[in-house]
Write a protein that binds this ligand. Structure first.
Ligand SMILES: Cc1cc2nc3c(=O)[nH]c(=O)nc-3n(C[C@H](O)[C@H](O)[C@H](O)COP(=O)(O)OP(=O)(O)OC[C@H]3O[C@@H](n4cnc5c(N)ncnc54)[C@H](O)[C@@H]3O)c2cc1C
Length: 391
């Protein structure tokens, strides 16, 4: 029998926990280092809900991965007996013919992913109140939906520990960084090293899955932005049966009906101000509520005055082209980040992809490298740069 391979994964958000679980199940000895606890409110994975969609404009890679991830979420649900993924369907409010939604539909057709074109009036019948007179059509993904994200992150961590992962609560530092070289043993054994609780640890692979903290630790071209999300108190008709989720790509807005009594989520997807995930205030800004209300007035007018029931402040870690970062910075030392606000859904499938790379059985796609990126928004749900364009 060969030697057991070892990995240290830093960060117990959904990317780190999923990878730790995947590696452990493949026989690796894994240590998962997290400065707080899995599901803590500062991490991007702690949002109550995250959408799962296959539509990614003209990109096939992410559409395919989202599809694989859907299967994985459903399997995880069966395995745990918890409905982590709620397949409520998702509507894309297309403001023009031959735009991003049409490109997405073409890819879905190529990949045999279920989708339908709906007349806006027909789509409107799925909501208790809906105004879609400005829409060219609605693209419906019946097999999209939403994930109970914070819960899923906690469950993933629990499964990882059950699979043998050692979860350590500590803040890790790169070896040899300003505070990260306590014993001056830079030579080491040739395996990548990391400093945890002042001790140098080594493994065959070290993966930094640190979300919005990544640019604090490494020189990466990402921007961390504040994102406020709001949920509005709505009558029961907005939750039973589960309403489809929705995205307005050109209006940079998205949401879903009431789930788990949190209220209806309606939120702008425009990039917010630069944000510090560690110290930044987690109180939503009044302007964010106004933006969401503007959207309600336009699309779901009867909800315009609905009280805010729940709100969260979270952060995007944006690369310029919304492609992720999966990059080896030195032998065996990998960065996994730059999720660009669309990484949650993919986590179990991404973990499988990254595990193969760490194992040496797959080459990483060059698109995920640390090269200078050309700005692009097509992978995000936010095509409009003006808040709630046209509202
Ligand atoms: C408002 C909002 C809406 C979103 N909507 C969607 C959506 O609808 N669909 C979708 O797919 N995605 C969505 N996303 C994106 C998704 O949430 C992220 O892609 C995903 O959660 C990223 O997970 P992560 O594990 O990379 O990062 P995080 O969840 O932030 O986890 C990083 C972890 O690393 C830890 N850490 C950092 N530095 C250290 C250190 N030095 N030592 C130890 N621990 C450390 C942190 O404490 C943290 O727990 C959204 C994001 C936001 C903010």
């Amino acid at each position: 029998m060969g030697r057991v391979k070892t990995a240290i994964v830093v960060g117990a958000g959904i990317w780190g926990t999923s990878l730790a679980l995947r590696l452990a199940e493949a026989g690796w000895r894994v240590t998962l280092v997290e400065q707080y606890v899995p599901g803590h409110v500062r991490q991007a994975s702690a949002g109550e809900t995250r959408l799962l969609r296959a539509a990614h404009g003209s990109d096939e890679w992410y559409a395919r991965m989202a599809r694989q991830a859907r299967d994985a979420w459903r399997e995880l649900g069966e395995r745990t007996g918890e409905e982590l993924y709620l397949e409520a369907g998702l509507m894309w409010f297309a403001r023009r013919e031959n735009g991003w939604e049409s490109a997405s539909a073409q890819v879905m057709k190529n990949l045999d992913i279920p989708h339908e074109f709906l007349d806006p009036a027909e789509a409107g019948r799925r909501f208790p109140d809906f105004k879609g007179d400005d829409l060219a059509f609605v693209l419906y993904e019946p097999e999209a939906g939403l994930i109970r994200a914070r819960r899923a992150t906690q469950v993933m961590a629990r499964l990882a520990v059950a699979a043998g992962v050692t979860l350590v609560r500590a803040r890790a530092l790169p070896y040899g960084g300003p505070e990260g070289d306590p014993d001056g043993d830079a030579g080491g054994s040739g395996r990548p090293a990391i400093v945890v609780d002042g001790e140098v640890s080594r493994a065959d692979r070290v993966v930094w899955a640190c979300g919005g903290w990544l640019p604090r630790l490494f020189d990466v071209e990402v921007e961390v932005t504040r994102q406020d999300t709001l949920h509005f108190d709505v009558p029961p008709a907005w939750s039973t049966p589960p309403l489809p989720a929705f995205c307005d790509y050109e209006g940079s807005a998205y949401g879903h009906g009431d789930v788990d009594g949190l209220g209806m989520k309606v939120t702008s997807d425009v990039e917010g101000e630069p944000f510090d995930p560690q110290e930044g205030s987690r109180c939503v800004l009044p302007g964010s509520e106004e933006l969401a209300r503007d959207y309600l007035r336009r699309r779901f007018p009867s909800l315009y005055g609905a009280p805010v029931l729940y709100s969260q402040v979270c952060q995007y870690t944006l690369t310029r082209d919304a492609e992720w970062i999966i990059a080896e910075v030195s032998d065996g030392m990998w960065l996994l980040g730059g999720d660009s606000g669309h990484g949650f859904k993919h986590a179990p499938a991404l973990a499988a992809y990254v595990a193969d790379i760490l194992d040496g059985t797959r080459e990483v796609d060059p698109r995920f490298g640390l090269h200078h990126r050309v700005p692009s928004r097509g992978l995000r749900t936010s095509g409009g740069t003006d808040p709630l364009l046209g509202a």
